[in-house]
Design a binder for this molecule. Structure first.
Ligand code: FAE
Length: 528
């Protein structure tokens, strides 16, 4: 942590252990290992490489989030978003965009490298985190291990015994996963919204389950008691948490820097990769300033290259590399097998007597688990809608077992990579979510809310996902350990390995798979 904090206050864009004394390290334009992206897959790779004594450079397009703004806070809240909220926007683009059909949620902001991005494709947009820590900076912290049966269905060639015996426990422990105290949960006003949704699920005959989280629940209880500054209880989440959350900059990345072998360069976006005649990799990266202007274009060389730009970032780089001929031998399956993890958001309108509470914690702790229903498998997270006012809305993020997958394509004219996901493919997720929530509405004599997702009276938000998965699927675009086919010493360690669906919130799976890859690769591929 020390290194991260000091580097930020010194205004450096290069973060290494040396930065702890505010001395900028010598430029490292070539490193034995380079990691692109500092989310889950990148953080695991950086730590394990650093521990193995391999000098490693991490390139991250977002900024380091550790410098307080003029309000004394690093991040802004969802209630009062400013330039820090979103990646180069003039207006915020929150998932829940209206209330009573009124445009009261989104706010005008000035363009800045804010922490949350919404990447738009024709019929789907994808929310991602930008900054040192990637998605861990903006997500809801739900740390869910998938069902072994579904994991094996999705990863038939991966030894599930090893995953559940070694890598899932390792990931949970490193990420700082904990659970809400059930007694506090039952009594606190901050989770009344969850208890109401549980009551309605139980009345429908559905099972609910507590879900672990990386938010420090001890800290949250102190927030509730008034002895700690509010973060989860202060409407902070998708634009970052100022306190309480064990994001990757506080866990894996802090440890990675602690090895003394890892440096992180921020505000540098890798846009091209090729392989030199000697078999090393050469990257082209644009360094931007806070206006988004490219202030420098750099070239880096490395022996080992780890791609961890997330499902969209990594797939885009590889599809472009194959189609422009810089990595022509990439497998045809690169750019395929992408899915939304079946995400659909929806709200229900409660009866007047079923108040959900003006005070709501931003960290979800419970899901409705109907995954075992083979006719219509759905796992629905009970999501908060913290506005500081009673609104009688029960909100959910449903994860449906949507089998639809899409591919990416490259347009040489614009040099852009597009995603072929269609509205009809989203409709499959909606039909599944609707089947489950129709049952809940019937059992409770309630209805959907039609006012939350724009002016079009939509009950289901099916045009975005929080869980982009796939594009470079394990065992297809790569071998069974994330080694990219056709290119020795080139690896994928992020969510693009997961074939479009994992049935639960994905970051524990992404972390555990990255641990498994690193354990293997460091033994087999780095021997002298
Ligand atoms: P990710 O964390 O996205 O990291 C990729 C990093 O690479 C980012 O920092 C990028 O800025 C950077 N990058 C990309 N391209 C480049 C490039 N060309 N050059 C340099 N840098 C680049 O990838 N999951 C859960 O399990 N539980 C939750 O409660 C949960 N809630 C969520 C809520 C929100 C609002 C969002 C957006 C996501 C949520 N997720 C949740 C999803 C989770 O954050 C996501 O699956 C992981 O972050 C994906 O990890 P990766 O390592 O694949």
């Amino acid at each position: 942590m020390l290194a991260l904090q000091t580097a930020a206050t010194a205004g450096l864009t290069r973060i290494g252990l040396q930065s702890a004394s505010a001395v900028e390290p010598e430029p490292v334009d070539n490193a034995p290992a380079i990691v692109i992206g500092s989310g889950y897959g990148g953080a695991v790779a950086a730590l394990r490489l650093g521990q193995a004594g391999i000098r490693t450079l991490v390139l991250e397009m977002g900024r380091l989030w550790n410098t307080p703004g003029s309000d004394g806070k690093v991040f802004c809240s969802t209630a009062a978003p400013d330039q820090r909220s979103m990646w180069f926007r003039t207006r915020t683009e929150a998932p829940l965009s209206t209330f009573l059909w009124l445009d009261v949620v989104n706010k005008d902001i000035s363009p800045y490298p804010g922490v949350l991005d919404r990447v738009h494709f024709a019929d789907m947009s994808v929310y991602v985190g930008r900054g040192v820590g990637g998605g861990s900076l903006v997500n809801g912290g739900m740390a869910v291990t998938p069902l072994p049966s579904y994991f094996s269905e999705q990863f038939p060639t991966v030894d599930a015994g090893e995953m559940y015996g070694t890598y899932f426990p390792r990931a949970r422990s490193m990420l700082g996963v904990n659970t809400v105290d059930p007694a506090w949960f039952e009594s606190t006003e901050w989770y009344r919204f969850t208890r109401i949704s549980r009551k309605h699920a139980q009345r429908t005959g559905l099972r609910t389950t507590f879900v672990p989280n990386v938010y420090d629940f001890g800290y949250m209880q102190r927030e509730a008691a008034g002895t700690a500054t509010r973060s989860a209880l202060g409407q902070e989440v998708i634009y970052g948490n100022n306190h309480g959350k064990r994001s990757l900059d506080k866990t894996y990345l802090a440890s990675a820097l602690g090895t003394g072998n890892v440096t992180i360069n921020t505000m540098e976006r890798v846009r091209a990769v090729h392989r030199a005649a000697d078999g090393t990799y050469v990257l082209t990266a644009d360094r931007i300033d806070t206006t988004g202007t490219v202030v420098e274009t750099k070239e880096y060389g490395c022996t080992y290259l780890f791609l961890a730009g997330g499902s969209i970032g990594t797939t885009e780089l590889l599809v472009r590399a194959r189609e422009t001929g810089t990595l022509p031998a990439l497998d045809a399956s690169v750019g395929t097998g992408w899915g939304t993890n079946g995400n659909v958001m929806l709200g229900r309108a409660n009866h007047l007597w079923d108040t959900v509470g003006a005070n709501q914690s931003t960290m979800p702790v419970m899901g409705i688990d109907d995954w075992a229903n083979t006719a219509n498998p759905v796992f629905a997270e009970i999501a908060p809608l913290p506005t500081g006012l009673e609104h009688w809305v029960s909100l959910y993020l449903a994860i449906t077992k949507n089998p639809q997958r899409a591919s990416f394509s490259y347009d040489a004219g614009t040099d852009k990579v597009g995603l072929g996901w269609t509205a009809a493919q989203s409709a499959v997720s909606v039909a599944m979510a609707k089947k489950l929530f129709d049952r809940i509405n019937l059992a409770n004599a309630t209805i959907y809310r039609y006012d939350l997702f724009g002016s079009s009276s939509k009950a289901f938000a099916d045009d975005f996902t929080y869980h982009p998965l796939g594009g470079c699927v394990l065992g297809k675009a790569t071998d069974d350990y994330g080694r990219v086919k056709g290119y020795p010493k080139l690896y994928v360690t992020d969510g693009s390995l997961v074939p479009g669906s994992i049935g639960v919130n994905p970051f524990v799976t992404i972390t555990a798979l990255a641990e498994r890859t690193m354990a293997r690769v460091l033994v087999e591929d780095t021997a002298p």
